[in-house]
Write a protein of this length. Structure first.
Length: 134
């Protein structure tokens, strides 16, 4: 059963407060995983079906050289790094990516606030000139 939008907003706020500038989180793995589990449980079944959970390896293979917005579902213990999640936006073009995030924030503001941005270019050889991360 999905939680209320207010509860999802509170979960998103807790995730944002725990996030560090380096992409790692400043709370324990257990606490952080609990927040991600709550966020995932709060998603309506329709959105879970539209955005299936995938490992980070699958995401990086499917969306190489792109920015990807992920609702994290699982983390690794070392440094609380991303292990799996649900892709809600992706694009090689920054402006397109930002437009997707803007639309998502209008339709599902709490979900948009809980998303983690991931740059798959870090893990694959560059193919052409992409704009720098902002």
């Amino acid at each position: 059963m999905a939680t209320s939008p207010i509860a999802m907003a509170q979960i998103a706020e807790a995730i944002q407060q725990a996030a560090g500038d380096d992409g790692h989180f400043a709370i324990s793995k257990c606490e952080l995983q609990r927040l991600f589990d709550e966020a995932d449980a709060a998603l309506p079944a329709r959105l879970k079906e539209q955005h299936p959970a995938r490992t980070i390896e699958e995401i990086e293979r499917e969306y190489p050289d792109q920015w990807v917005a992920i609702l994290v579902t699982s983390i690794l213990g070392h440094g609380n790094c991303l292990a799996a999640g649900r892709v809600f936006a992706h694009s090689a073009d920054w402006d397109t990516f930002e437009a997707q995030l803007h639309r998502l924030s209008q339709q599902h503001p709490a979900i948009a606030r809980a998303l983690t941005r991931h740059d798959t270019r870090r893990h694959t050889p560059p193919r052409g000139d992409l704009p720098p991360r902002r």
